[in-house]
Design a protein around this ligand. Structure first.
Ligand SMILES: Cc1cc2nc3c(=O)[nH]c(=O)nc-3n(C[C@H](O)[C@H](O)[C@H](O)COP(=O)(O)O)c2cc1C
Length: 199
């Protein structure tokens, strides 16, 4: 299939082997991430997604918070492997922290009571769309990334470190950087299992 968008999203894969070098200046990477999130849709155009973009030592600080939180719950004999995994994320150039502003959800629930149960779900969906947009935009700039979920372990320490509003809820973390490795084979289940087309 030859379609510019499909080709663009084909280049997005989970990259775990990250390096510090970026093909673009930090300012351009920041603009790319911001634009990808701004252009992502949200229910009622509520724009509930928030992001904290960390470069260099700031990103290292985030992963060191995660490591210390994990140290409290992972058995000592298993911690070496855990630590190595976290160091792999810190080896990148930066990390995007994806948040959803719970105040936006509460406000919508007040305003549109009939949909109250849906707003938290839609917020999660909006966050997923924003994550995919950023991931694909980074991939198209030649930047590798993966999607991680250490929340809620680092939430309190991260909120304090970067002075974030209490209403911001951490949903995902995306370490990014130079592609230091290839991508594994990826298999797809049969189309017949996934799709029903009627024409
Ligand atoms: C909602 C969601 C949650 C995910 N959570 C994690 C995660 O916590 N850690 C991780 O390493 N990858 C995570 N992934 C990445 C998937 O494992 C990965 O996208 C999938 O295996 C397909 O590989 P690809 O990204 O190379 O296409 C997640 C992906 C999605 C969409």
């Amino acid at each position: 299939m030859s379609n510019a968008y499909i080709n663009a999203i084909k280049s997005r894969r989970s990259q775990y082997a990250l390096g510090k070098e970026l093909p673009l200046p930090q300012q351009e990477v920041t603009a790319l991430i911001q634009e990808a999130i701004k252009l992502s849709p949200s229910s009622f155009n509520s724009q509930s997604s928030r992001a904290v973009i960390l470069f260099g030592s700031q990103s290292d600080q985030f992963w060191s918070i995660v490591k210390e939180e994990l140290r409290k719950i992972v058995p000592a004999e298993a911690f070496a492997a855990t630590g190595t995994k976290i160091d792999g994320f810190a080896a990148g150039a930066g990390t995007v922290l994806f948040y959803e502003d719970q105040n936006v959800i509460a406000e919508l629930q007040k305003q549109f009571a009939a949909y109250a149960d849906n707003f938290p779900v839609w917020s999660e969906q909006a966050s997923g769309i924003a994550q995919f947009s950023v991931w694909s935009a980074l991939a198209n700039a030649g930047i590798g990334a993966s999607l991680q979920h250490y929340n809620p372990l680092p939430d309190a320490a991260a909120a304090s470190e970067w002075n974030l509003p209490a209403s911001w809820k951490l949903r995902a973390q995306m370490p990014f950087g130079a592609n230091k490795g290839g991508f594994g084979e990826k298999s797809f289940i049969d189309d017949a299992q996934r799709f029903r087309v009627f024409a």
